[in-house]
Ligand binder design. Structure first.
Ligand SMILES: [Ca+2]
Length: 101
């Protein structure tokens, strides 16, 4: 595996990050620069995820500091959600996953 990143890969990554940044800004309704649990809940459902309030709480606890989610945490959280939902049994999986997140 190559460790160097080509320009095209960089461009792709940049586009992905930019998309996340746009999304992050769009869910930060009060433009505070952080996403609070309520904003995150709306964001998660707008991404098409259906999480129980318990699972949502776990995610917020894991990824926020003082109840606020920064952009970095938001990206980490999105990646986590994505990695959980590629599993074909993702509903079961999410329920289980909420135990360790
Ligand atoms: Ca906010």
């Amino acid at each position: 595996m190559s460790c160097s990143m080509g320009f095209n890969e960089f461009k792709e990554l940049w586009a992905v990050l930019n998309g996340w940044k746009q999304h992050f800004m769009s869910i930060d309704k009060d433009m505070s620069g952080t996403v609070d649990p309520q904003e995150m809940g709306q964001a998660v459902s707008s991404m098409g995820y259906r999480l129980s309030p318990q699972a949502m709480n776990c995610i917020i606890k894991r990824y926020s500091s003082n109840g606020k989610i920064s952009f970095d945490d938001y990206v980490a959280c999105s990646v986590k959600l994505r990695s959980l939902t590629v599993h074909p049994m993702h509903h079961e999986h999410l329920r289980e996953a909420s135990g360790f997140m």
